[in-house]
Ligand binder design. Sequence first.
Ligand code: F6R
Length: 257
Amino acid sequence: MDIIILKDAREASKEAAKLVAKLVVEKPHAVLGLATGGTPLALYEELVRMHKEEGLSFSKIRSFNLDEYVGLSPDDPASYRHFMDENFFDKIDIDKRNTLVPDGLAKDMPAFCEEYERRIKAAGGIDLQILGIGSDGHIGFNEPASSFNSRTRVKTLAKSTILDNARFFGNDVNKVPLHAISMGIGTILDSRKIILLAFGKAKAEAVASMAEGSVSSSCPATILQFHKSVSIFIDEEAASLLKNRDFYDWVNKHKFC
Ligand code: F6R
């Protein structure tokens, strides 16, 4: 794991955006795995800026989103499809037909989830997966006790996730769907490269467990310790409980290559 600690979310997101842009330039047909929520907003903003000011083109990029709430239609303002259109896809030159977000209204969920996996495979697999992390250590909506081998399926959200996400539903916990379709942990681990972003004090405990704790499905993000190419971009607050902080800074200062 590369652990990169920067002053704030903006700086960290700019660094992460450079990695995404490098891939998009080197491999115009790359397959991106995308996340929603508050965390990746500054990353998307920076990529939109690069598109508008530096000509970064996403025209041949394909993308798969991590998750979607069950029961929300694509035009529901709280849906992840709406989030992606509004914050990213509608602001760049990506072909929207190549952007897949799980269908929260799918009639046959198991069949839909199987098909989602099949389409990821058919696209050649995910080159770069963007992740946030839940305060309980979830990645995607793989809540504690999710199998490390899991594939796309419907998950029940943890109470803490419902509370955390109520801010996207007018602060009404009763409006937050109880279920979401989520790529599995196995699906995420198949990605060739992973970038995880985490900002703010509320993520400090989860970040410390992920990077320095024992690998356990009680904190699903700990499995990222087994992935061969993970870059973790965090701000000072999210880094505040790391024991080996000095070491991470040392490594970044003296990076080989
Ligand atoms: C979103 C996702 C979730 C979020 C996580 C953090 O697509 O998969 O794992 O990344 O819940 O959410 P924020 O960024 O809102 O704190």
